[in-house]
Design a binder for this molecule. Structure first.
Ligand SMILES: *Cc1c(COP(=O)(O)O)cnc(C)c1O
Length: 233
């Protein structure tokens, strides 16, 4: 069995190689360690290896880990699971980023509930590109209006877009999905209205991060390749 530190090295090299192959600047694609179902001792190992950004899908599980890791400075917490409206206050209080917003109501609550003493919450809009069966994510048609509205909220910084394409798609189709998300972000940028840096494409996971980086991913969300196969959920 390889250690988490070894795995971080392997994944970091995969990211560097893909970034180079795409002719992009080193460091332009960041690693988000998706730690759902893994305990705080696994995160400590990752932290010791220099990984500070973590993605979590389940609120209570994440809060427990944040408490257990309260002695660790400089951690950056990303919420990447479905957001229910009764969870927005805790998410606004305890996370730096939310990747999975697909409704105006949720974004409004997150902005209203974000403590004014904290930095604005970084937010990505989740887009549903390939998986017609999934209920998460807005369609490309709905995206511009939602982005314009969210960009108005004072306690939110609209950073970009996130997608979870069906990883079992053939490579060509998967790549097309990533490209569609990149194009959608470029179009939002041209549309001068949505304020916010719009500098983030959250796409690519353990098995397809190279494809995602080739198509412009700036943040790849990697779980299994770092922490091993999940045995629960
Ligand atoms: C679990 C999860 C990941 C990580 O997937 P792996 O295949 O384990 O790398 C990435 N993004 C989201 C939204 C997830 O829920």
């Amino acid at each position: 069995m390889t250690s988490i530190a070894d795995n971080i090295g392997v994944v970091t090299r995969r990211i560097q190689k893909a970034t180079l192959a795409a002719g992009r600047p080193q460091g332009s694609a960041r690693l988000l360690a998706v730690s759902k179902t893994h305990g705080p001792e696994d995160l400590r190992e990752a932290i010791a290896a220099g990984q500070l950004a973590f993605g979590e899908n389940y609120l209570q599980e994440a809060l427990d880990k944040q408490t257990a890791l309260g002695d660790q400075p400089g951690l950056e917490w990303h919420f990447i699971g479905p957001v229910q409206s009764n969870k927005t206050r805790a998410i606004a209080d305890h996370f730096d980023w939310v990747h999975s917003v697909d409704r105006l109501k949720i974004a409004r609550r997150l902005s209203d509930q974000r403590n004014p003493d904290m930095k604005p919450l970084n937010l990505c809009i989740q887009v549903n590109i390939s998986d017609q069966a999934s209920k998460s994510g807005v369609t490309l048609a709905e995206l511009p209006d939602l982005a314009r509205a969210i960009a108005e909220f004072p306690r939110i910084t609209l950073r970009g877009l996130m997608a979870i394409p069906d990883p079992t798609l053939p490579e060509g189709e998967l790549r097309l999905n990533f490209r569609q998300l990149a194009t959608a972000l470029a179009e939002l940028r041209q549309d001068s209205e949505p304020a916010g840096p719009l500098d983030t494409l959250s796409m690519g996971m353990s098995d397809d991060l190279e494809l995602a980086i080739a198509e412009g991913a700036t943040l790849v969300r990697v779980g299994t390749a770092l922490f091993g196969v999940r045995t629960t959920r």
